[in-house]
Design a protein around this ligand. Structure first.
Ligand code: ATP
Ligand code: MG
Ligand code: FE
Length: 338
């Protein structure tokens, strides 16, 4: 069986082909147009999806050496995401499924980020992923969630951010430092040579397993205002230390709640997912914490952290096995719940 998957929730147009549980191709077109605006412009995102989607799907089929007529099902991201962006992928998937007379599968983007752990590909044909249940810390541009995963399609959010996502905190901090969008990966890069304990930022602690990241941006803004008042070159002179300190603060905020979730549930298997799980500070700190605590730690391959259609195909494959299909009347859900 062959599943074609389409991802178009934000600023990546992506298509992937999965054959009998293994990823054969995963093509990602990242929209560069947004950089000049310092963030994703929704209307430009949907236009760029329209421009790229045919080519991206053709490339995914060609790389997998699969003809359209060999497809068994089409999976697509139904939400959450930008409405106009989701509409492009959903319309394309619906038309293709209708034209080929094959089943259509809706996928929740946040569930797919978690299921990226189960992706088997040419490099890792026997990849199995964590056993159940496990806790997944899903950290991305729009979400920060602690998820209890009891089965591939049985997930429960047990804690989440009450305001900004941690990816947003990375990107907004980078913007304050004058770095281009998306700044998360740049903070990671500069942090590598910096001292994580050079500067301290006040953080707010939410009750239970919830997070809050809106205050840290303001704290960094005031910190930079005070430091640059007497020293206009403060940022340029201390970029590595500032980046390392910001990253350390954000990572500790994540791990404090993750530790609490592990203690409260008694679960010993833990995973991270989403774009921020590409962060080397988080990956290293979790590895270390896992060793201290005796947890089995699962960290996704870099290419499956940020948005990609391979994870949509994986989620689609689980649903295909259960015969979980949708009709042509399905429409995108920008705020789709887990
Ligand atoms: P969501 O999945 O919540 O809908 P999204 O799809 O836009 O949001 P992703 O593509 O999963 O988000 O992740 C993008 C985010 O990951 C951005 O905020 C980006 O800065 C951040 N990110 C990517 N790589 C790194 C890194 N190495 N360090 C820190 N942040 C990173
Ligand atoms: Mg993106
Ligand atoms: Fe995402």
């Amino acid at each position: 069986m062959n599943v074609l998957a389409i991802e178009s929730s934000c600023d990546e147009t992506s298509a992937a082909v999965l054959t009998d549980g293994q990823i054969r191709s995963n093509i990602i077109a990242t929209q560069l147009i947004h950089e000049q605006y310092g963030g994703v412009v929704p209307e430009l995102a949907s236009r760029a999806h329209q421009q790229h989607i045919v080519r991206v799907v053709d490339q995914a089929l060609a790389a997998a050496k699969i003809a359209k007529t060999d497809l068994s099902a089409v999976a697509f991201t139904r939400g959450p995401g930008l409405l106009g962006a989701l509409l492009v992928g959903a319309s394309f998937a619906k038309a293709l499924a209708l034209g080929l007379n094959i089943p259509l599968i809706e996928v929740n983007h946040m569930q797919a980020h978690v299921l990226a752990h189960f992706i088997a590909d040419a490099e890792n044909p026997n990849a199995k992923g964590p056993g159940f249940p496990f806790i997944c810390l899903t950290v991305s541009g729009g979400h920060t969630q602690l998820v209890r995963v009891d089965a591939p399609l049985a997930m429960h959010v047990i804690g989440q951010t009450q305001d900004d996502a941690v990816g947003e905190a990375f990107d907004k901090s980078a913007k304050l430092l004058g770095l281009p969008y998306p700044g998360g990966p740049l903070i990671d890069r500069y942090a590598k040579t910096g001292n994580p304990l050079a500067f301290k930022f006040p953080t707010t602690e939410m009750p239970g397993l919830d997070f809050s990241f809106s205050g840290i941006k303001t704290a960094i803004m005031y910190f930079l205002r005070d430091r640059t008042k007497h020293n206009p070159t403060f940022v340029a002179d201390n970029l590595a230390d500032v980046c390392a300190s910001i990253q350390h603060t954000l990572v500790q905020m994540l791990l404090t709640k993750l530790k609490r979730a592990m203690q409260e549930t008694g679960i010993k298997q833990v995973a991270i997912a989403g774009g921020v799980s590409a962060n080397s500070g988080l990956r290293n700190a979790l590895d270390q914490l896992g060793q201290e605590q005796g947890w089995d730690v699962f960290i996704p391959k870099f290419e499956y952290c940020t948005d990609n259609a391979a994870m949509i195909a994986m989620a689609g494959y689980f649903k295909y096995q259960q015969g979980d299909f949708v009709g042509q009347d399905v429409s995108p859900l920008p705020r789709m719940a887990m």
